[in-house]
Ligand binder design. Structure first.
Ligand SMILES: [Zn+2]
Ligand SMILES: [Zn+2]
Length: 336
């Protein structure tokens, strides 16, 4: 984080090596020297650090000699060592593990207790923990002033035609908006566990359970910025659909948004999580538990096919009976 360079037009932060503002595209000449991929000065030493790449899910973690078994933290598959040619972004802030392995195991029990009616209820009694790995997953924490301009057709003021066009704008200050950079965790998993983190206290080095791995940032910077902007835009679309009064409680279609950002700042952070696998009747299920709050988790339950089939059958019978009663009543009315 040396000498911050800001875009003159929109105030967004330019990372080292960026010549164009990722938000508004304004060209900004480099302040002094720039180094590129493959440069062999001291700055690229980190870039040439070795990583362990999973042969199955392709997630990469930084290589540490004390990690004895080359197994992927996410799926348990065999991983291989590689030396990437692109520079790897560094984590600026590590959020520490505050949940111990034992507490994570308790967290699994909490997770099991939340099984829904269509899951096997005996999962807590018959499920066995087979794998528990600690890892830091990479994310970008973004702050920006965002304006989302929206357009949509709604039924309001449509007169005789069904739809009328509407447009508007919604402003939002983004503060520590989290965009996952993880390959090993799905978007569903990271969105589910993000709320359990305390984003106020961080450290400059990873501190946590033994053999915890650190997943790398991998996207080249331009792609990373693209990914961040896309995520902010889809957040904007969701925001417009749920918060714009003109669109609530009326029918709408063709809702679209265009985001305008200024003062965008991103930080590369690593967030702690436990990846667990449990076995239930010869099948493995995966659960992800927040490394700072074991009650925050996301994962799979064994679905009871029998229960689902019973409900489908009941509904079918109910519909058939009501149709029969209706027809009988109709026949009766017509007969008199
Ligand atoms: Zn700009
Ligand atoms: Zn994997």
């Amino acid at each position: 984080m040396s000498g911050e360079v800001l875009c003159e037009r929109c105030g967004s932060e330019l990372k080292e090596g960026e010549l164009r503002c990722p938000v508004c595209g304004r060209f900004t000449p480099p302040p002094e020297k720039q180094d590129d991929c493959g440069a062999d000065d001291g700055g690229s030493q980190k870039a040439r650090a070795r990583v362990i790449r999973c042969t199955s899910c392709r997630a990469a973690v930084t290589y540490s000699p004390e990690a004895q078994n080359l197994r992927c933290a996410y799926c348990g598959e065999v991983a291989e060592v590689e030396t990437p040619c692109n520079p790897i972004d560094e984590t600026e802030k590590f959020y520490p593990f505050t949940v111990t392995r034992e507490a994570a195991e308790e967290g699994l029990k909490t997770f099991w207790s939340r099984a829904k009616w269509y899951h096997h209820k005996d999962v807590a009694a018959k499920g066995t923990l087979t794998e528990l790995r600690a890892t830091w997953w990479p994310a970008w924490l973004c702050s920006a002033d965002a304006s989302f301009f929206w357009t949509a057709d709604t039924t309001v003021g449509a007169g005789r035609s069904k739809w009328a066009p509407h447009a508007g704008r919604i402003d939002k200050k983004l503060d520590k908006f989290c965009v996952s950079a993880s390959r090993g965790l799905t978007l569903r998993e990271t969105s589910a566990i993000i709320d359990g983190y305390d984003l106020t206290s961080f450290e400059s080095a990873p501190r946590g359970p033994e053999q915890a791995t650190v997943e790398c940032f991998e996207l080249p910077r331009s792609q990373a910025r693209q990914c961040i902007l896309e995520r902010i835009n889809s957040y904007g679309l969701a925001l417009v659909k749920t918060e714009v009064p003109e669109l609530l409680e009326v029918q709408s279609r063709r809702v679209s948004t265009a985001g305008l950002l200024s003062f965008l700042r991103t930080e590369n952070v690593s967030l702690p999580a436990y990846i667990l696998a449990y076995r239930y009747k010869n099948r493995l299920y995966r659960v992800v538990i927040n490394g700072q709050d074991a009650s925050v988790s996301c994962g799979e339950y064994p679905v009871s096919v029998l229960k689902v089939a019973a409900v489908v059958l009941m509904v079918t019978v109910l519909i058939a009976v009501s149709i029969f009663v209706l027809l009988a009543a109709l026949g009766f009315i017509l007969a008199i």
